[in-house]
Design a protein around this ligand. Structure first.
Ligand SMILES: Nc1nc2c(c(=O)[nH]1)N[C@H]1C(S)=C(S)[C@@H](COP(=O)(O)OP(=O)(O)OC[C@H]3O[C@@H](n4cnc5c(=O)[nH]c(N)nc54)[C@H](O)[C@@H]3O)O[C@H]1N2
Ligand SMILES: Nc1nc2c(c(=O)[nH]1)N[C@H]1C(S)=C(S)[C@@H](COP(=O)(O)OP(=O)(O)OC[C@H]3O[C@@H](n4cnc5c(=O)[nH]c(N)nc54)[C@H](O)[C@@H]3O)O[C@H]1N2
Ligand code: SF4
Ligand SMILES: [Mo]
Length: 740
C-alpha cells in the first residue's frame, strides 16, 4: 500500500495525461499509474508515463549545465555563470553580425513547458530577431497552410463523441495520441465503434487503427492528395455532397470540380496501388457520414504533397458540411485557453505566405506554419549578410530529428554559438557550446494548457469538455544538482544583456488580443517565481490560472462548470466563405495529376522508407530507459515477408538502407502488416555522422537518408521525410550477430 499518493500531469508527451504517483515511506516514487477517476483520461496511461518518475534519476540525466572545452568534452558550470557567458557571446554576435544572426529552434519539449517557449519568444523579440524556427515545419506543416487557404470554420469540427464516421490519413492516434480519437484512444475508439461509428483508414501499414477500420486503403505512400482528390471527384460525380452547405458556405466549387476531374478511380488506383472499387467505396462511405471528420497525420504531411493532402481533407469536410452548425452546442468553451468564437462562419481564405520573414535560400519564406526548419541548416552554412551564427535549441534534437543529418551536422559545427536546453547530453548537445540542464517534469509546476491549446488546431485533438489540471512539484531535484527552469535561464540571460522581456500570453488565440496581454519583466529585477511566470503565460485565460489553482479538484483534473456555447449563425453582412477551390492548391493538385499514369516505381531505389511511431519511445527521447530498451532492443526496420524473401533477409539480420543521399543500418523485423515495397522505420534513432555506425544499439538515422534541398515543398520547405526511395540489402546475418 502506498504511503502517499500524488496526482500529477504527465509531461512525457503532449497528451498530458492525469496520472497518480505512489510514494513509499522513504518518500521515493515507487509506481505511476492511470487515474480511473480522471474525467478526461479515464485511467489511461502508457509505458512512458508509467516510467516517468524513473526518468528523473536516469544515469544519463544532467545535474549541471555543461560547457564545452576546446577539446570537445564538456565540464559542469554553475548555470548563472553560463547564462552570463552566453549573454556576452550572444551580444558580441549581434554587434558583429546583426540580430538576424541569432536563431532559435523550438522542439518537442519546448512546447511541453509553456513558460520556456513564451520566455524564449520574448527574448527573440527583445533582441529583435525574427529567426524563430520550430518543429512544426518538419512535422505537419500542411495543416497551417491548408487551414489558411481553405479558411477556418470558427465553430470548429465535431468531436469524437459525436462522430458517426471518421477518416484517418497517415496517422495512428492509438499510439501517437494525436490524430483525433481523444485522450483515452483505445476506449474512445471502442465506444465509438460500439455506437456504430464507421472508420476509414488510409495507410500503407495495417496500423492499430487500421485493424479496427471498416475500410482500409493500404496504399503506396506519397499518394494521399491524389486519393483524397479521387474521393472528392467521386462524391461530386455521384452528387453526394451537401448542396445547400456548398452553395451557402463555400466558394470555388467550379475550380475544384475541374481540378479533381483527372483523378478517376481507375487512374488513381494504378498510381496509389489500391483497387478502384475501394476508392469508390471510400467516397460513398465518407459521404454517408452525417457528422464526420478527416484527420491527416505525419504520414500524409511528410511524403511530398502535404499541403494539398491537408487541403483536400478540409475540402471533403466542406463538401459534406461536416462542420459544427448554428444552433448546435460547443461543449468545450475553454479553461486555460481562449479559443475562437462559436460562430457558424468562416473568415475565408487568408494568405498562407508572402507576409513575413524571407529566408536567403531557395526562395523560402515564413508561412502560416512558421519559418522552414528544413532550410535552417543552409541558413547557417550560407555565407553573407544574415548568416545565422548562434542557435538556441529549446527541447529539441536537430541531429536526430531534422532531415538531411549530414548537412545538419556541418551546420551545427559551423555555428559560433550553439546552446541546447536539455536534461541529457543529446546528439546535438555533444556539439553544443552549452547544454543548459533544466528542472524537469515532476520538479516543476504544470498545467494542461498545451493540450487544450492543441485542441484548437487538429480534428479531434485536445479535450471534449472544459477540462484542466494543474500540478505542483512532487519530486526534489537530484542531490548536489544545480538546475534551473528554462525560463529562469532566459530571464537571467536577457538581464545580463540589459534587455526587458515582454512575455506574450499563450492563453489567447486571437493574435491581436494576445499581443495586448503582455507582461513585462524588467532587466535587473529578480527572476520571477514559477507561478508568476505561469501567470504571465496564461494571462487572459477564460478562468484565471490563480482561480484554477484555488480549486483543490483542479489538482486531480476536473471538468469546469462552464456553460456550453450555442453556435451563433453567421451575421447577415458577413462576407467570408470557405474556399474549396484555392488556386495555389488547385495548382498543387495539377502537379499530382501529372504523375497519374506514370509508374510510382523507380529501378534504382525500389523501396520506400516510411515513418512510424513506437508506443514506447518519443522521437529521440526514452531510448535509454532500461524498460523501454528491453521492449525495443534494436532499431527496427519493419519489412513485409515477401520483400524479405526477395532480398534474402531473415528476421534479426542487419540491413542497410541506401538512398541517393546516404545509407543507414537497422535490424530487420518481419511485419506482414507493412505494405510490400515499404520499410516502416521509426525516426530519431542513430548516431552522429562522426560516430561509428551502431546498428544493434543506437540504430540508424532516417533523417540521414534525405536531402533537405531536393523534393522539398516550396512553401514550407519540408523535404521527403517519409516515402524516401531506397534500396535494401542484408549486411550481416542474425547468426553472425549472435555469435559476436
Ligand atoms: N524521418 C523523419 N524525421 C522526423 C519525423 C519523422 O516522422 N520522420 N518526425 C518529425 C517530428 S513530427 C518532430 S516533432 C521532430 C522532433 O524534433 P525534435 O523536437 O527536435 O526532437 P526530439 O527528439 O523530440 O527532441 C526532444 C529533446 O528534448 C529533450 N527533453 C526531454 N525532456 C525535456 C524537458 O523537460 N526540457 C527540455 N528543455 N528538454 C527536454 C530530450 O532529451 C530531447 O533531446 O522530428 C521530426 N523528424
Ligand atoms: N508514442 C509516441 N507518441 C508520439 C510520438 C512518438 O514518437 N511516440 N511522437 C509525437 C509527435 S512529435 C507527433 S508529430 C505525433 C505524430 O502522430 P501521427 O501522425 O499519428 O504519427 P504516426 O503514429 O507515426 O503515424 C503516421 C502513420 O503514417 C503512415 N504513413 C507513412 N507514410 C505515409 C504516406 O505517405 N501516406 C499515408 N497515408 N500514410 C503514411 C505510417 O505508416 C504511420 O502509421 O505523435 C506524437 N506522439
Ligand atoms: S500518453 Fe503521453 S502524457 Fe500520457 S502517459 Fe503516455 S507519455 Fe504520458
Ligand atoms: Mo511532431
Amino acid at each position: 500500500m502506498a504511503e502517499r499518493r500524488e496526482h500529477v500531469i504527465c509531461r512525457a508527451c503532449h497528451a498530458q495525461c492525469g496520472l497518480i504517483v505512489d510514494f513509499d515511506a522513504e518518500g521515493r516514487p515507487v509506481a505511476t499509474h492511470g487515474d480511473k477517476n480522471n474525467p478526461a483520461y479515464a485511467g489511461y496511461s502508457c509505458i512512458k508515463g508509467r516510467e516517468l518518475a524513473n526518468y528523473h534519476a536516469f544515469s544519463t540525466r544532467l545535474t549541471h549545465t555543461m560547457k564545452r572545452r576546446p577539446d570537445g568534452g564538456h565540464d559542469p558550470v554553475p548555470w548563472r555563470d553560463a547564462a552570463r557567458d552566453v549573454a556576452a557571446r550572444t551580444q558580441e554576435i549581434i554587434d558583429q553580425h546583426g540580430p538576424n544572426s541569432v536563431a532559435i529552434y523550438i522542439g518537442t519539449f519546448g512546447y511541453n513547458t509553456f513558460p520556456a517557449q513564451a520566455f524564449m519568444l520574448a527574448f527573440m523579440k527583445a533582441i529583435e530577431s525574427p529567426m524563430v524556427f520550430t518543429s512544426v515545419t518538419i512535422d505537419q506543416p500542411g495543416k497551417g497552410v491548408a487551414s489558411a487557404l481553405h479558411g477556418a470554420w470558427l465553430a470548429g469540427s465535431y468531436r469524437h463523441h459525436e462522430w458517426d464516421g471518421l477518416m484517418l490519413v497517415g496517422t495512428n492516434p492509438v499510439v501517437s495520441m494525436l490524430g483525433g480519437v481523444g485522450m483515452n484512444p483505445h476506449k474512445n475508439l471502442h465506444d465509438a465503434k460500439q455506437r456504430g461509428m464507421k472508420l476509414i483508414v488510409i495507410d500503407p501499414r495495417v496500423t492499430d487503427v487500421a485493424k479496427r477500420a471498416d475500410l482500409h486503403l493500404q496504399c503506396r505512400p506519397g499518394e494521399d492528395s491524389a486519393i483524397l482528390a479521387c474521393i472528392a471527384r467521386q462524391i461530386i460525380e455521384e452528387g453526394l455532397y451537401d448542396k445547400a452547405f456548398v452553395q451557402e458556405e463555400t466558394e470555388g466549387f467550379a475550380a475544384l470540380k475541374a481540378a479533381v476531374a483527372p483523378f478517376t478511380p481507375e487512374r488513381v488506383a494504378v498510381r496509389a496501388g489500391v483497387p478502384a472499387e475501394q476508392l469508390v467505396e471510400a467516397a460513398r462511405m465518407y459521404a454517408s457520414f452525417k457528422k464526420g471528420d478527416v484527420s491527416c497525420g505525419t504520414g500524409a504531411n511528410m511524403s511530398g504533397f502535404g499541403n494539398s493532402a491537408e487541403y483536400m481533407a478540409r475540402v471533403l469536410m466542406s463538401l459534406m458540411g461536416h462542420w459544427r452548425r448554428a444552433g448546435e452546442l460547443k461543449r468545450n468553451v475553454g479553461v486555460l485557453i481562449k479559443g475562437f468564437p462559436a460562430m457558424a462562419a468562416s473568415p475565408g481564405s487568408a494568405a498562407a505566405w508572402g507576409f513575413g520573414t524571407k529566408l536567403r535560400v531557395r526562395g523560402l519564406e515564413e508561412c502560416t506554419s512558421g519559418l522552414p526548419t528544413g532550410a535552417l541548416a543552409d541558413e547557417i552554412l550560407t555565407p553573407g549578410p544574415g548568416q545565422i551564427k548562434a542557435l538556441f535549441v529549446l527541447g529539441g534534437n536537430p541531429m536526430l530529428a531534422w532531415p538531411d543529418q549530414i548537412k545538419t551536422f556541418e551546420a551545427m559545427k559551423a555555428l559560433d554559438l550553439l546552446v541546447c536546453f536539455d536534461p541529457r547530453m543529446s546528439k546535438t548537445g555533444l556539439l553544443a557550446d552549452y547544454v543548459v540542464a533544466p528542472k524537469i517534469h515532476y520538479e516543476t509546476h504544470g498545467t494542461t494548457a498545451l493540450n487544450e491549446f492543441l485542441g484548437n488546431f487538429g480534428g479531434g485533438w485536445g479535450y471534449e469538455e472544459p477540462y484542466a489540471q494543474v500540478s505542483d512539484p512532487i519530486l526534489p531535484t537530484p542531490p548536489g544538482s544545480d538546475l534551473c527552469e528554462e525560463y529562469e535561464f532566459i530571464h537571467a540571460m536577457a538581464g545580463a544583456m540589459g534587455r526587458d522581456l515582454s512575455v506574450k500570453t499563450m492563453a489567447i488565440l486571437n493574435p491581436a488580443e494576445a499581443d495586448a496581454h503582455r507582461t513585462r519583466f524588467k532587466a535587473g529585477e529578480p527572476t520571477p517565481d514559477p507561478l508568476t511566470a505561469w501567470d504571465a503565460v496564461l494571462n487572459g485565460a477564460p478562468i484565471s490560472f490563480r482561480d484554477v489553482r484555488a480549486d483543490p479538484d483542479a489538482f486531480k483534473g476536473k471538468v469546469f462548470d462552464r456553460q456550453a456555447a450555442v453556435v451563433q449563425p453567421r451575421p447577415a453582412d458577413w462576407t467570408g466563405r470557405l474556399n474549396i477551390g484555392n488556386p495555389a492548391m488547385m495548382e498543387e493538385l495539377n502537379d499530382a495529376a501529372l504523375r497519374l499514369g506514370k509508374s510510382a516505381e523507380t529501378d534504382d531505389f525500389p523501396y520506400r522508407v516510411i515513418s512510424r511511431r513506437l508506443s514506447d519511445i518519443l522521437n529521440s527521447t526514452w531510448h535509454e530507459d532500461p524498460v523501454q530498451r528491453s521492449r525495443v532492443p534494436h532499431h527496427p526496420a519493419f519489412m513485409n515477408p515477401a520483400d524479405m524473401a526477395a532480398i534474402g533477409v531473415q528476421e534479426g539480420d542487419i540491413v542497410e538502407l541506401e538512398s541517393a543521399r546516404a545509407s543507414i543500418q537497422c535490424v530487420a523485423v518481419e511485419a506482414p502488416d507493412v505494405r510490400a515495397g515499404c520499410l516502416s522505420v521509426p525516426h530519431a534513432w542513430g548516431t552522429n555522422p562522426d560516430e561509428a555506425e551502431d546498428p544493434l544499439g543506437a540504430g540508424g538515422n532516417t533523417g540521414r537518408l534525405s536531402f533537405n534541398d531536393r523534393d522539398f515543398d516550396k512553401r514550407t520547405g519540408i523535404p521527403l521525410m517519409s516515402a524516401i526511395p531506397v534500396r535494401v540489402r542484408a549486411v550481416r546475418a542474425q547468426a553472425a550477430v549472435a555469435a559476436q
